[in-house]
Design a protein around this ligand. Structure first.
Ligand SMILES: C[S@@+](CC[C@H](N)C(=O)[O-])C[C@H]1O[C@@H](n2cnc3c(N)ncnc32)[C@H](O)[C@@H]1O
Length: 163
């Protein structure tokens, strides 16, 4: 899983390093090539990670956070309904359905102050997922697309215009 994220780690780090408080939806194994490790290393202070699978509250990430003197908070639950604090950067990589991402953005986008990023936004990587992301974000004129690649299943980053 991490292999497909490895190529995106530099971009995730570039964005997270401009923020003190980051969040991600979708943790999985949290190996060295993962979004979790990239975001935790680069964030100024905190990473809030959400996953529906209780096996994702990893001891090795707790240890890494301690070593880096950062705060890592794990939330068990559906990202559509879980409560997280206001964050500067939200990275979405959960179940990749149109319905899920629409629900996640409806619930959380107002509480994201600077950047929102999406993995797997390559053309039709998941049926209709890329189109749903672009449609929702295009309906928010306060956000602008600042990065998109089709590589490694796709990565798209938006920035809040006044963020
Ligand atoms: C593609 S993996 C995440 C990969 C990870 N970002 C990385 O860099 O390796 C997707 C994760 O999303 C989680 N997930 C699936 N549906 C979810 C939901 N509704 N809410 C929260 N997490 C969910 C899965 O349990 C899985 O761990």
């Amino acid at each position: 899983m991490g292999v497909e994220m490895k190529e995106h780690q530099p971009k995730l780090k570039e964005i997270a390093s401009q923020c003190d408080v980051c969040a991600e939806f979708g943790v999985h194994e949290a190996d060295c090539d993962s979004s979790t490790v990239a975001l935790l290393r680069a964030t100024g202070k905190e990473l809030h990670s959400v996953d529906i699978n209780d096996k994702c509250e990893h001891e090795h990430i707790k240890e890494l956070a301690k070593k880096l003197k950062k705060k890592w908070v794990f939330y068990l639950g559906d990202a559509k309904t879980v409560q997280i604090p206001e964050v500067e950067f939200l990275f979405i990589d959960s179940d990749h359905t149109s319905e899920q991402v629409r629900g996640e953005l409806a619930a959380h986008l107002d509480n994201v102050t600077k950047f929102v990023g999406f993995h797997d936004t390559g053309k039709d990587v998941f049926r209709g997922y890329d189109k749903a992301v672009f449609e929702v974000m295009d309906n928010h004129p306060d956000w602008e697309k600042i990065y998109h690649t089709e590589d490694s299943y796709g990565l798209t980053i938006y920035k809040r215009k006044n963020g």
